[in-house]
Ligand binder design. Structure first.
Ligand code: F6P
Length: 545
């Protein structure tokens, strides 16, 4: 279903351009004009509270943004996705990660067939396998209990499992060691297995295609590492399982398809954590917690599908992002979770957002003519405050921020002598940062502190820097699931407005193809036929390797 509009010609876009060109009130002025702004520009859903009052929007801008979503057919496109229509038109595929967390009785059809029973059949097999590994019923080839699980995958087959395992470590079985190998740099494999015993190690080879160079290289190395110690090909069946859509390649690799956990082409790699790609997570936290995680995603799916646009968290986050990127000139988004458990959340979102919306043509192949996906970056607060926040507060670029925090700590330490807990100090920083960004510190305020005149410009904070804050009571499998689905749907809404295909990733192909061509050239003396720079680089490597 392709919209017929050109985005910049819609009435709402033109209204937004006019609003952006007119003098705009600052955040200070917006808050002064509406004493209830902090509550008026906030919404709740699926256990999350979103405060977007510190975004540089007023009622007119918000209603024009909502009109834009309507004019772009966001609701229709959302419904088409949820119904299983093939909205990934360049690959002719449905986009149904939402089916992966749907309750058993749901009916969602692809090509006339209800996919939910297959989803639950795989979930049941994953639960069964996870229980066996966790209980010690599943043993290694020599009868040892499995004590280490190593997920081998990259991109969507790695970033989600790593992020979610770290996020839910509190709920994990501490008797099991979880490791994640992704980089084709042999150091990754070597360091991750250095202290592991092959007889006690289970490898999960996770790859949607089962052809990815990095994953297949690491998987072959893992098999050699195992067999160097165990010495019998039959050991592979006890120490390797596969997660893939490609049974043929799994078999070719030598993994029995009885030890394969399936998913489907309507699950994008970066949307696959809730498929069998979550097997390592399921083993770590147990199938019940994994179900809670899926239920949290489903909570957010229901909110996204049913809440009016003006109260819809993914829609509000998407639209404020569009305002920042397309009308205020921001080009990045800093994601700043105030939870050490979420230290890899920004890295995970980089793929989710940038692989989805890093596109330059519309669905019909025309150049877009406006900016699309932002550069997503960030790290856990408070560490980032002592690294890059200086630039966010006083640099020359506009960097919108998403702050993420929790009311309760999973590690509530006693208050120190000053009477404040770690958690209070952590959250004080969340609130302080967004306050400082929004309201800054005027030269008059700086002078009132007795600062010498020469230092006044240095100590002045312009403020008026936009941020949103997301809060939940605590970090649980359920709240994490809802948070991930929130960002998935935010990315969807932005892609729908920008009229791009958020579900393909042709941009990663060219580099892959060229690497395959260059790899055999490095160890040979064959004549090089690249550009002069590439030729010289390869020649240097040939000399020095
Ligand atoms: O980076 C490109 C990509 O195709 C991602 O979309 C995907 O998540 C990753 O490679 C890994 O692919 P696979 O799961 O097929 O190994």
């Amino acid at each position: 279903m392709q919209p017929t509009h050109t985005l910049t010609e819609t009435a709402a876009w033109q209204k937004l351009e006019a609003l952006a060109a007119a003098p705009q009130p600052t955040l200070r002025e917006l808050f002064a004009a509406d004493p209830q702004r902090g509550r008026n520009f906030a919404a709740e859903g699926a256990g999350w509270y979103l405060d977007y009052s510190k975004q540089r929007i007023d009622g007119d801008i918000l209603s024009a943004l909502l009109d834009l979503a309507r004019e772009c057919g966001v609701e229709q496109r959302r419904d088409a996705m949820l119904r299983g229509e093939k909205i990934n038109i360049t690959e002719n595929r449905a986009v149904l990660h939402t089916a992966l967390r749907a309750p058993r009785e749901t009916d969602i059809r692809v090509d006339g067939q209800n996919v939910v029973p297959q989803v639950h059949a795989v979930l049941d097999r994953m639960a069964d396998f996870a229980r066996k590994v966790r209980s010690g019923e599943w043993r290694g080839f020599t009868g040892e209990r499995i004590r280490a699980v190593v997920n081998i995958g990259i991109g969507g087959s790695d970033l989600g499992p790593v992020m979610a395992y770290e996020a839910l470590e509190h709920y994990s079985d501490r008797e099991l060691t979880l490791r994640f190998v992704s980089n084709v740099d042999g150091t990754d494999f070597a360091e991750k297995v250095r202290d592991l015993n092959p007889a006690e190690t289970l490898f999960i080879v996770s790859s949607k295609t089962f052809t990815t160079l990095e994953t297949m290289t690491n998987a072959r190395t893992a098999r050699r590492w195992l067999l160097d110690t165990l010495g019998d090909e039959a050991a592979v069946a006890r120490h390797f399982v596969a997660v893939s859509t490609n049974a043929q390649e799994v078999q070719k690799f030598g993994i029995d398809t009885a030890n394969m956990f399936e998913f489907w082409d309507w699950v994008g790699g970066r949307y696959s954590l809730d498929s069998a790609i979550g097997l390592s997570l399921t083993i770590a936290v147990g199938p019940e917690q994994f179900r809670d995680f899926l239920d949290g995603m489903h909570d957010m799916d229901r909110h996204f599908a049913g809440a009016p646009l003006e109260e819809n968290l993914p829609v509000l986050m998407a639209l404020t992002g569009i305002w920042n990127q397309n009308f205020l000139g921001a080009c990045s988004l800093a994601v700043l979770p105030y939870s050490q458990y979420l230290r890899s959340f920004a890295a995970y979102l980089q793929q989710l957002d940038m692989e989805s919306n890093g596109k330059h043509v519309t669905l019909s192949g025309a150049e877009v003519g406006y900016d699309t996906g932002p550069i997503v970056w960030g790290q856990a607060g408070t560490n980032g405050q002592h690294a890059f926040y200086q630039l966010i507060h006083q640099g020359t670029r506009l960097i919108p921020c998403d702050f993420i925090g929790f009311a309760r700590s999973l590690n509530p330490l006693p208050a120190g002598e000053e009477g404040q807990t770690h958690q209070d100090l952590l959250m004080a920083n969340v609130f302080a940062q967004s306050e400082a960004l929004a309201f800054g510190k005027t030269p008059e305020q700086v002078r009132a502190d007795g600062v010498p005149e020469a230092l006044v410009p240095h100590k002045t904070f312009a403020g008026n820097r936009p941020s949103s804050t997301l809060l939940a009571r605590d970090l649980t499998p359920r709240s994490l699931g809802a948070l991930i689905a929130l960002y998935e749907h935010k990315v969807f809404v932005q892609g729908a407005v920008w009229n791009i295909n958020s579900f393909d990733q042709w941009g990663v192909e060219l580099g892959k193809v060229l690497a395959q061509r260059i790899a055999p050239e490095l160890g040979s003396q064959q004549e090089l036929r690249h550009d002069s720079s590439t030729n010289a680089l390869i020649a240097w490597y040939r000399r020095e390797r």
